[in-house]
Design a binder for this molecule. Structure first.
Ligand code: FAD
Length: 375
């Protein structure tokens, strides 16, 4: 089985590795691997804290991925000898006023109804867990099984794992899809080279629908949703675990790394393919982060960046075969692509290899949007 995967973000990289491990000859095409959202993401692994009502299938997918994470990382680190910055020290989410406390309470009841472990904390217990929290914190929730990973360590490890498993990396842009007799048979690169394959997977984030020759309606529309993040640096440990809060109606989080980096995120902006960092975005993030953890003003500034989350019409992933034979899609992971990497790679590799696909995948098939193809 020869497979071409377009896009080497976390989804394309992990799928390439898994499909190659399953016996396929995989070619991964990307002019600049891991240069999209995967290079910007904070890397919180939190199916529980990110929960929204009505998103139960996504929650199940997130939990399935979180359950796979330990084994996935162990295999990856073992194979490559590279550290991914994976940690499972929980995530704390705090509230400053009674409205937000009420919201956290609803969230806790919902999680408990699903059998998900979560602990309610008083303001004092929150500050005992995280002494740098602002004195005004009224209470919070601890999701003890959540955690984080450093996407900037994860992607080099995935690249190395792919290389060791026989994935061929082509550092070029896929410009067009090759279609013959109503089936996808490969891609054309920007230098005119044709790469032929039995199957093509589009995993190019919000650029997944950009290839020339793609029959309209085959790939659901995936829009870019801009997120700005700031990277700070602490000389001594600043917070023990990922810490979130709602400040003046907007959500802010800080994710610590073992090397002292602290990622502050994130804005959510619908501005098309715009990756400029703005004064307003930075101001908002720093203002809210300082309300949550006043001591951040002492940390060293390291970097600011913006990335584009791939958002499908229902903000859930789109994974599986399209209506065009030979063409598959793996994108739309929106705010959760890093969390969803292990389960998505299993789903997509199984689909590409005609192996049994995990049940949790069913709600995320591309045909939920557009079953018909019009060329
Ligand atoms: P991307 O990482 O965008 O990769 C797409 C790749 O396709 C790129 O490398 C690009 O070069 C390539 N490409 C594009 N066009 C072509 C072409 N024509 N030919 C070849 N290659 C092409 N998720 C979490 O789980 N936890 C978080 O805490 C989290 N925080 C986030 C914070 C921010 C600010 C942002 C922006 C995102 C965050 N996410 C988080 C979401 C996560 O980053 C994304 O869901 C995930 O990275 C998507 O991965 P991807 O592989 O689909 O796309």
């Amino acid at each position: 089985m020869e497979i071409v995967i377009v896009g080497a973000g976390v989804i394309g990289l992990a799928t390439a590795w898994r499909a190659a491990a399953g016996g396929a000859a995989v070619t991964l095409v990307d002019p600049e691997p891991a240069s999209g959202a995967s290079a910007v993401a904070a890397g919180m692994l939190t199916p529980v804290s990110e929960l929204t009502y009505g998103e139960e299938p996504l929650l199940r997918l997130g939990l399935a991925s979180r359950d796979r994470y330990g084994g996935f990382v162990a295999e990856l680190e073992d194979l490559t000898g590279l550290d991914t910055g994976y940690r499972t020290d929980g995530i704390i989410e705090v509230a400053f006023d009674s409205d937000d406390l009420g919201h956290l309470d609803d969230l806790r009841h919902f999680q408990e109804s699903l059998g998900i472990p979560v602990e309610a904390l008083t303001g004092r217990e929150c500050r005992r867990a995280e002494p740098m929290l602002a004195p005004g914190v009224r209470g919070g929730l601890l999701a003890p099984e959540d955690g984080s990973i450093d996407p900037r360590r994860l992607t080099p490890a995935l690249l190395a794992a792919g290389e060791r498993t026989g994935v061929r990396l082509v550092r070029r842009r896929a410009a067009g899809l090759l279609v013959e007799r109503d089936a996808a048979v490969g891609v054309r690169l920007d230098d005119g080279t044709e790469l032929r394959a039995d199957r093509v997977l589009l995993a190019a984030g919000p650029w997944s629908g950009d290839l020339e020759g793609l029959p309209s309606g085959t790939v659901p529309p995936v829009r870019p949703v801009k997120g700005q993040v700031i990277r700070l640096r602490a000389r001594t440990p600043f917070i023990a675990r990922s810490t979130r809060g709602i400040v003046q109606g907007s959500s802010v989080y800080l994710v610590p790394r073992a090397d002292g980096e602290v990622v502050v995120g994130a804005t959510q902006e619908e501005l098309g393919f715009d990756t400029r960092v703005t004064a307003g975005g930075l101001w908002e993030l720093l203002r809210d982060a300082r309300e949550l953890l006043p001591g951040i003003t002492e940390l060293e500034f390291a970097e600011v960046s913006a990335g584009l989350r791939p958002g499908s019409p229902d903000n859930a992933p789109v994974m599986g075969p399209t209506a065009l034979p030979g063409l598959y899609v793996g994108t739309g992971h929106f705010r959760n692509g890093v969390l969803l990497t292990p389960v998505s790679a299993d789903i997509l590799a199984a689909t590409l290899l005609d192996a049994p696909v995990p049940d949790v995948a069913a709600p995320f098939a591309p045909d939920r949007f557009s079953p018909e193809v019009t060329s």
